[in-house]
Ligand binder design. Sequence first.
Ligand code: HEC
Length: 97
Amino acid sequence: MLIILLAAPSAFAAGDPEAGRQINAQCQGCHGIVDFKAAFPKVYSVPKIGGQSYDYIVVALKAYRDGDRTNETMHAIASNLSDQDINDLAAYYSPAE
Ligand code: HEC
């Protein structure tokens, strides 16, 4: 029992790449294509996030969600993500350790 209590939080903190892969359905339209440029409402480049570090993705998504980084598109998307979703996405995108 003690082992379960100790192990559970770190398992959550690490994120679940499989859960992240499912959430990624919302992201790949913009981020899934290398050098993709979205054409609406104007042409803009979408940064590649595959292979970014785990911490970088967590920090970036929380910054968009909390308004510390201002981008309307990503703010709208990140607002719907829980901390767990963010950890899962970061686990999915970052290179396997
Ligand atoms: C409608 C298009 C679109 C969708 C959908 C989208 N993004 Fe983004 N994302 C962008 C754009 C554009 C930027 C660059 C914003 C900026 O300049 O700050 C960005 C930036 C980011 C960044 C920061 C990248 C960097 O290099 O700093 C992360 C991380 C990110 N998105 C993750 C996600 C995740 C995870 C999802 C799905 C839950 C998602 N995005 C869905 C368009 C999108």
